[in-house]
Design a protein around this ligand. Structure first.
Ligand code: FE2
Ligand code: FE2
Length: 221
């Protein structure tokens, strides 16, 4: 059993935990597409990709539509950064659509070339995402933390989770939990039902990763 020694949670912790999970999962997906020549892992990779794609799109939506406008409401000088982040989200959503088309293409016609193109497209997305998340953590999150309290941010995050449906809640919480343990980051407070279900969700997530052949790539161990 891993001892969880995370420090107390702050309003920025949820962002950092989600960002680390997005980068790590994206890198593992790109690597699995590049390394394996066995197309039996493709249905599993498509399942993880769909989970990842929805999570990233909703992360952008939550920031662009809810969190950043709330910061600008309370700190009008934030408007310029809000606009520049919305522009970066739109660019990333474009790369997400390119990667999605490449994954769909390799799932329907799995050749080494289509698989390499999908790996390149996911790699390009994750590289661009990494730069965006670094700028967000350096420039944006310190302003968010001043404008929105940790309790208020937890309530906003719970609202996001409620919208995504039970299967994706299970995979999302298990993915965040894995990152939290690996990188010693604090987890958001979970309702009691989620705490009870977490061991089962962890197993389900690891089964999905194993089905995609990415259990041994990157952070999962
Ligand atoms: Fe973010
Ligand atoms: Fe963002």
């Amino acid at each position: 059993m891993t001892l969880h020694t995370a420090p107390p949670r702050t309003a920025s912790d949820g962002f950092v935990l989600v960002h680390r999970t997005l980068i790590d999962t994206g890198q593992r997906l790109a690597l699995a597409l590049r390394l394996s020549a066995d197309d039996r892992d493709l249905p599993g990779l498509v399942e993880i990709w769909n989970f990842y794609r929805a999570g990233l799109a909703e992360h952008h939506e939550g920031e662009t539509q809810v969190i950043f406008p709330l910061v600008t409401q309370r700190d009008s000088a934030f408007a310029e950064l809000e606009a520049s982040m919305a522009g970066e989200h739109a660019e990333l959503d474009g790369l997400l659509a390119v990667a999605d088309r490449a994954i769909v293409a390799t799932a329907s016609d799995p050749t080494p070339a289509s698989r390499a193109s999908a790996a390149d497209a996911v790699g390009a997305l994750v590289d661009a995402l990494d730069g965006h998340l670094r700028r967000e953590e350096d420039l944006v999150i310190p302003r968010v933390v001043v404008a929105i309290s940790a309790d208020e941010m937890s309530a906003i995050e719970r609202g996001f989770l409620r919208r995504i449906g039970s299967r994706r809640i299970a995979l999302t919480v298990a993915a965040l939990d894995e990152t939290a343990h690996r990188e010693h980051l604090p987890m958001p407070p979970l309702p009691w039902a989620a705490r009870l279900a977490l061991p089962m969700w962890r197993k389900r997530y690891r089964r999905v990763l194993a089905g995609a052949g990415i259990t041994d790539i990157g952070g999962a161990s």
